[in-house]
Design a protein around this ligand. Structure first.
Ligand code: FES
Length: 141
């Protein structure tokens, strides 16, 4: 997916589309991430000022939701489900192995709705059932 380069002016254009929304902080952070691929650190102050919220309110929302990113996305996004059903079939070991192989690209996931085919992983938005290191490596190519 191609994202726009972050700039304060471009971020304000995104925020302006949400001016009339109620409870806009989460929507604003999601919209900024959709536009730029992540939520730039300066966005906290911009969103707070734009919607007359405290920086703490915006920071709280930003850090509560794990899907919101504060740095640009890596080339590949890999998540290994570590919820209970997948843990019972070895996802913690798979997660360790995947992190050792791919490092920063790997994040914890919490149930992809694919519990019957655990351990589950997600590579660039595609769910992999009965995931193995080999299947994940093949999917990221
Ligand atoms: S617990 Fe892993 S996909 Fe549901």
């Amino acid at each position: 997916m191609k994202y726009s380069p972050w700039s304060k002016d471009a971020a304000l254009v995104v925020l302006a589309t949400l001016r009339e929304e109620e409870g806009p902080v989460l929507m604003a952070l999601q919209a900024l991430q959709k536009e730029f691929g992540y939520v730039h650190t300066e966005s906290v102050g911009l969103v707070a000022n734009f919607f007359n919220k405290s920086r703490a309110d915006v920071h709280g929302v930003l850090t509560f939701y794990h899907d919101l990113r504060t740095s640009p996305q890596p080339e590949n996004q890999i998540s290994v489900c570590v919820a209970e059903a997948c843990q019972s079939v070895g996802s913690r070991q798979l997660e360790k192995d995947v992190k050792a192989r791919f490092g920063e690209e790997v994040h914890d996931g919490y149930c992809f709705g694919n519990c019957a085919l655990g351990p589950a992983a997600m590579v660039n938005g595609k769910i992999i059932g009965r995931a193995t290191l080999e299947k994940i490596e093949k999917a990221r190519q």
